[in-house]
Design a protein around this ligand. Sequence first.
Ligand code: DQA
Length: 141
Amino acid sequence: MQIAIINGPNLNLLGKRETGIYGSESFEHYFERLQQQYPTIKFTYYQSNVEGELVNYLHEVGFSYDGILLNAGAYTHTSVAIRDAIAGIKTPVIEIHISNVYAREEFRHTSLIAPKCVGTICGLGLKGYNLGVEYFVMNDI
Ligand code: DQA
């Protein structure tokens, strides 16, 4: 099984950025732990701060991978291009947010990508990525 994890803008700063909201673990460190927990799954991790690069990467993995976990960061709330990319690919996408976006500013309550995703996991910290992996594993059995 092949799962891509895609993180959008500012998520390269995890562990340093607003640690009260996003925690103090870097994504690279978390990703190593995740890979150890699921040794039979082939994971790839991609992060970009650039909207078009995220679109390109969705196209790259979206016809061959079994699942995509996408934290589009702030583009969640603004990007028609990312929404259209999710709609245009074959691989199912789970929307992930580390923080509970519904307990935050009003502009974070709208997701342009949610209607094109199989589901959304938010507010559960980095554990949300584990839960997304579990969904794909359970669906594969
Ligand atoms: C986020 C929530 C977004 O509103 C924000 O812009 C982010 C991170 C999250 O993981 O909680 O960059 O996607």
